[in-house]
Structure formats: structure tokens, C-alpha cells
Design a protein around this ligand. Structure first.
Ligand code: HPA
Length: 271
């Protein structure tokens, strides 16, 4: 495992000679930030040794090396989801490669369903904590001691300083943001009304099918994480005639995306 991670990192180092400061993982329909990056190198996932290949609609599957607001960044345009069939070590493989390439912080975005009754479609929610409801933890198995400890601490999965800075940025630009808890589960089914209700009772504000595995692996390696959910639909168990569709998720994500891009850009500047 370690050998593969090193092999991939060495391949990318050899091709780019580039030390990134921030890694960015962009969720469904949220790839617009890439337009703001002065791209130096770009790789299709299929060209990168040991990388799984992304299949889901709306995910381009490109790893982008470039300069954003004067900072060297690597952006993943499209991520690997557990529901696509990848084992957890593949879902999280790129995060480990990013660490070996030198990132000092990881930013993530995702599309999520709103559970909190005060949320509206199109809201941005800064994730302050998560609940892992995936059937598997990406750190299960032999610990990779070179990367981190056997029993990583999760008391500050999402970096409080980055959250405070992001809130200040949003306020300055009059961008409405929510704060809350993301529950991650396997998918690919969206939740039944009762499951939405269960997640709400558990204390989650939004629900999605990503982010949690990547954040766990990043925290294992002590990388500060910052993540934002775009609320693309609302869980309304009492309204059964308005199901959520994947198209709806993508459309809302695209509309909300510029606000997210602005926050990520300004936050990168300050890292
Ligand atoms: N549930 C799970 N994942 C999602 C949802 C949802 O309602 N919306 C966007 N991603």
C-alpha cells in the first residue's frame, strides 16, 4: 500500500516538480473553482498510476496542479465514491498521495441533502463535524504507521481556525452560510423518509455519500480539513410527492457553486 502511494506521488513529482500547499476535492457539479486556477499541469485520472477511474456523471476525473490566489494547489475535479464500488482504500488513495506531495490543508466540497428544518435549497453549510455511517472505516486493517497513529483522534475533524476564517470571509461578502453536522453514508440510494428522519434524530444537519472517508484519512495524517456542503435538496419526510432526482442535485450545485468558489479562493489566500 505504502509502496503504491509513493509510486504515484513520485510519478506526479517527476512530471510536475511542484509542491502544493492545499489539496482541494470538488464535489458533484462543484468543479467551477477550476476556472479560477492558473493550471500548470493536469492529468486525467486514467493516466495516473494506481488511481481508480471515476465513473459517475458530472465528475470529470482530473487532477489539476496550478496556482490559485498565489498559492500552489492540487485540485481533484471529481472524487471516488464508495457507492461506485471502490473499496475504501481506493476511495481515499488520492488523499494519501496528496499528503506525500506536501499539502498542508485539505478543502472539500460536496452536494448534500438538507435535514435541518431551517435550511433552504442552495444554502452552503460549513461542516463543523461529521457522523460516519459508512459500513466500513477507511483505516480498518493494518495501520500505516508511516502515515499516522493506530487510533487517530477525531475531536477536531474540521479545523476550527479554517472554519472561523471561512465564516469571516462569508460575512464580508454577504454570503449566507449555515454551520452543521454532515452524516456520510454509502448510498447510492437517497434516503427513505424514515432514514432522513433517523439522521435528523441522530443530530445531523445534512446527509451525503462522500467526504467522511477522505477526512478520516486526512486526519489520520494530521492534515487540517475544511469542508462545505451545498444543500441541493431537502429531506421532507412529510412530503412524499416530491422525490429528489440526481438532475436536481446537479442543477442546484451549479447555481450555488460561485459562492463556494469565492470562499475557497479567499481561504486559500490565507493558508
Ligand atoms: N441524500 C444523500 N446524498 C445526497 C443527497 C441526499 O438527499 N442530496 C445530495 N447528495
Amino acid at each position: 500500500m505504502i509502496a503504491k502511494i509513493k509510486e504515484t506521488a513520485d510519478f506526479l513529482k517527476g512530471k510536475t516538480n511542484f509542491t502544493p500547499e492545499v489539496g482541494i476535492i470538488l464535489g458533484s457539479g462543484l468543479g467551477g473553482l477550476v476556472k479560477a486556477i492558473d493550471i500548470k499541469h493536469s492529468f486525467e485520472y486514467g493516466e495516473i498510476p494506481n488511481f481508480p477511474v471515476s465513473t459517475v456523471e458530472g465528475h470529470h476525473g482530473r487532477l489539476i496542479f496550478g496556482v490559485l490566489e498565489g498559492k500552489n494547489v492540487i485540485a481533484m475535479q471529481g472524487r471516488f465514491h464508495y457507492y461506485e464500488g471502490y473499496p475504501m482504500h481506493e476511495v481515499t488513495f488520492p488523499v494519501r498521495v496528496l499528503k506525500l506531495l506536501g499539502i498542508k490543508a485539505l478543502f472539500l466540497s460536496n452536494a448534500a441533502g438538507g435535514l435541518n428544518k431551517s435550511f433552504e435549497v442552495g444554502d452552503l453549510m460549513i461542516i463543523r463535524d461529521h457522523i460516519n455511517m459508512f459500513p466500513e472505516n477507511p483505516l480498518r486493517g493494518k495501520n500505516l504507521d508511516e502515515l499516522g497513529t493506530r487510533f487517530p483522534e477525531m475531536s477536531e475533524a474540521y479545523d476550527k481556525k479554517l472554519i472561523a476564517k471561512a465564516r469571516a470571509i462569508a460575512k464580508k461578502h454577504n454570503i449566507k452560510t449555515q454551520m452543521g453536522v454532515y452524516v456520510g453514508s454509502a448510498g447510492p440510494t437517497l434516503e427513505t423518509p424514515s432514514e432522513y428522519n433517523m439522521f435528523r434524530i441522530l443530530g445531523a444537519d445534512v446527509t451525503g455519500m462522500s467526504t467522511v472517508p477522505e477526512v478520516i484519512v486526512a486526519r489520520h495524517m494530521n492534515i487540517p480539513c475544511f469542508a462545505i456542503s451545498v444543500v441541493t435538496n431537502l429531506a421532507e419526510p412529510e412530503i412524499t410527492d416530491k422525490p429528489t432526482s440526481h438532475d436536481e442535485v446537479q442543477n442546484v450545485a451549479e447555481v450555488a457553486e460561485p459562492k463556494l468558489t469565492l470562499i475557497f479562493k479567499e481561504l486559500v489566500k490565507g493558508v
